[in-house]
Structure formats: C-alpha cells, structure tokens
Design a protein around this ligand. Structure first.
Ligand SMILES: Cc1ncc(COP(=O)(O)O)c(C=O)c1O
Length: 399
C-alpha cells in the first residue's frame, strides 16, 4: 500500500465515527465486475457492496440515465407525481404479485415501512392492541430502531434499549415454534427467504409454505424481507418466486439501485391501503433521480435472457466450487441459489477474506464463519473462472 492510501485510511479513521472497522484498501474506481484501489491494484468484486452492484460498476445504461435525469429533475416534494415515479411503480407492480409501492432510500427504511404498514393494517382489521410481530432467531433486518428490534443480534446491545415492544422470537425453519407464538394479538410474521447476514441459511420450501398457510388461517400479514435476496440475486426477479408462495408485504433495496441508494416496500392492496396521508413518508423517497435509475436497473434485470444467463453463471460457479471441494479438504460446505453463494471452510474467516483480497478477489463474511460470494449479476464465465482460480490458489496457500 502506498503512503497516500495509508494516509487516507488514517485520516478517515480520525474523523469518522467508528461504526466500521477500517479496511486495508482504499477503493478508487470500478468498471464492470472489477474494482481498482488507489494504488491501481485490480480486484474481481464478489462483494459488490454486499449484493448491491447488480449491474456491476459504471454500467453505461445507468450512467446515461443518471446524467440525463440529473440534468432534468433530481428532487421534488414526495407528494408530487412524476413520470419517473409512475414508470418505476408500474414496472414493480407489473412484475410482482403486489398492487402498491412505497419508495424508500435504503433497506432498513423499507423494512420500517413494512412494519408500520402491517401494524396499521392489523390495527384497522383486527383491533387496537393487535401489534405483535413474529421474527426469527439469526435474522437481520437493518439497524434503525424498528429493524434492530426484530434483528436478533442487536439484542446483545442492551445500551440501545428499550427496543420495540410486541416482538416474538421463533426458530427459523421450525413451524411449530411459530405456531406456539401466535395469539389474537399477532399482526405479522417477518422473515428473510434466505437469511443473508445470518450465514446464507435458506428457508425450506415446507417451512415457507407452512408459514403462508398459517398466516392465511389466522389472518396475519406475511412480510418477506427481500432486501438482500430480491432483484434477481437468487435468479428470479423476486426472491419469493423461488418458493411458490406470495407474501402480503415485502421490502427491497440493495440490487434495486445497483449502487444508487433506493429501496421500496410493496404490498397487496388491502395491506398497503392501510397507510394513508400522514401515517408515513420520507423526504427523498421516490425522488425522480432514484426512480429513473431504479427503473433502468430493474429493466435490465428483467430484460430477455438476463436472469437465465446469471443463473448459468451461478451454476458454473457452484460446479467450480464443488470441484474445488473434491480436491481440497479445507471446504466444509457450499450452498446457494443463483448468484448468492456461501462457503464454509476450515480457514478462519477474516484470514480467508484478507488472503483472497490480497490475491485480487473481494468477498464478504456472512454469519460467524461463512464466505459470501455475491458478484454482479452481469459477470461472465471467464470472470467467474478467474475468481475460481483465485479461490483455488488461496486455499492452497492458506493453512
Ligand atoms: C435482509 C436485510 N434487510 C435489511 C437490511 C438493511 O439494509 P440497509 O443496510 O440498506 O439499511 C439488510 C442489509 O444488509 C439485509 O440484508
């Protein structure tokens, strides 16, 4: 690392509130599936901002949209309609099971909107005091107070408490544990179809189907948090399509803007209609620039052959990793769907991520010990092979 890069890290560390531990690299620019640091070193980006850069870096269609829309109109009061907001909402509802859209700026905001929507619906539908939310052990839903309240790991940080009341904890993939918590006060059940931060644990089809049936029987809102796994990450536009059930309410962000901060909450009509003027909103939500960019990104994800190709590369990567597993006793488990792949190894996770980075591959950690691979959905076979070669080499080098 050059002295300049070290200075940027040190000087930043002095000035920033230390919510993140510093990384030993200063990123400078990105192009396609690659990012470059300030020393000019090139990395294949299998972190992609943690499953964010769906179209990779500096995608020409995104750049064109940003330039044109920034020159036209970037901001307007959230209460105004714009062509961009309409187009974006139409694309979302035309390509999902939902009728109504609420635009937000991040994942946690989309989750907050989903919680408020479900509680308001339950209040109107089932009465005052019907406000309980069932969430899951090992979940992750974001860091604002509502999202943190339904995220298990934040309950080990009692200094932020008291957290939201009315939260109940079930075991993921254990339908009986959900049934045991249901009462006439249950407003909603919220789950991640694949627990991302929790270590890439997928819900079983039986579990998801069972939860859907329970919600139908008991008149409970079913919320899917698709912030990490939606928008093509699992190989279908919406993550719920993988499971053959439809949630009532959902939350999206990350890949939706492929790096531009935008998110949304969507709901079926009877749930979404519960939120009325004065109950929720945000200054930036649905701004013309964010909507124009999200529209471009999602149109690309939905374009002919895009997801078929992404799935082919996902299968190619899985095959390649399985081949490595046959050759190396250091790989314990490989799992994943589409272009969201997790790998557990015998190597200490921080050490492995550091060594991969040193060898030119950016990755992230999920859970206590899982290596998470979430490349741009635009990745080619050659680029995937390049990443596999780096993983193979690193596994050989590391003890
Ligand atoms: C499933 C899930 N929900 C919510 C969030 C929060 O999103 P954001 O960091 O954009 O607030 C995340 C972020 O990792 C996530 O994975």
């Amino acid at each position: 690392m050059t002295q300049d890069a070290q200075t940027i890290i040190d000087e930043s560390f002095k000035r920033l509130i230390k919510t993140y531990a510093p990384q030993p690299v200063v990123l400078d620019r990105g192009e396609g599936v690659y990012v470059y640091d300030t020393d000019g070193k090139k990395y294949i980006d299998f972190a992609a901002g943690i499953a964010v850069a769906a179209l990779g870096h500096a995608h020409p269609k995104m750049l064109d949209t940003i330039n044109k829309q920034a020159a036209r109109l970037m901001a307007c009061q959230a209460s105004y309609a714009t062509q961009e907001k309409l187009d974006c909402a139409k694309l979302l509802t035309d390509n999902s099971c939902f009728d109504l859209v609420y635009f937000a700026n991040s994942g946690t905001e989309s989750v907050e909107a989903a919680l408020k929507c479900a509680r308001k619906w339950a209040h109107d539908e089932k009465g005052e005091g019907c406000n309980e939310i069932i969430t899951f052990r090992n979940s992750f839903h974001g860091r604002t107070m509502g999202s943190a309240s339904i995220t298990e790991k934040f309950h080990s940080q009692p200094f932020f408490g008291p957290y939201l009341g009315g939260i109940k904890w079930a075991q993921f993939n254990d339908l009986e544990s959900v049934k045991a918590l249901i009462s006439d006060k249950t407003a909603a059940i919220i789950l991640e179809p694949v627990q991302g931060e929790g270590g890439l644990s997928p819900a079983t089809p039986e579990f998801i189907t069972g939860v859907r049936a329970l919600c139908d029987e008991q008149n409970i809102a079913l919320i899917f948090d698709e912030v990490q796994v939606g928008m093509g990450r699992l190989g279908t536009f919406m993550a719920y399509e993988q499971f053959g059930v439809e949630p009532d309410i959902g939350a999206w962000a990350k890949g939706m803007g492929s790096g531009f901060p935008v998110g949304c909450m969507m709901a079926k009509k009877k749930f979404g209609a519960a939120l009325v003027p004065g109950t929720h909103g945000t200054t930036y939500g649905g701004n013309p620039l964010a909507c124009a960019v999200a529209h471009t990104v999602m149109s690309e994800i939905l374009s002919d052959g895009f997801l078929t190709r992404a799935n082919e590369i996902g299968a190619f990567l899985m095959e390649g990793l399985k081949d490595l597993q046959r050759e190396s006793n250091k790989i314990i488990d490989i799992r994943g769907t589409g272009l969201m792949i997790g790998m557990d190894t015998t190597i200490e996770i921080a050490q492995l991520i550091g060594a991969l980075q040193q060898n030119g591959l950016m990755t992230t950690q999920a859970g206590a010990k899982t290596l998470r691979l979430t490349p741009p959905l635009t990745i080619t076979k050659d680029e995937a092979q390049e990443a596999l070669d780096i993983i193979a080499q690193t596994l050989k080098e590391e003890e």
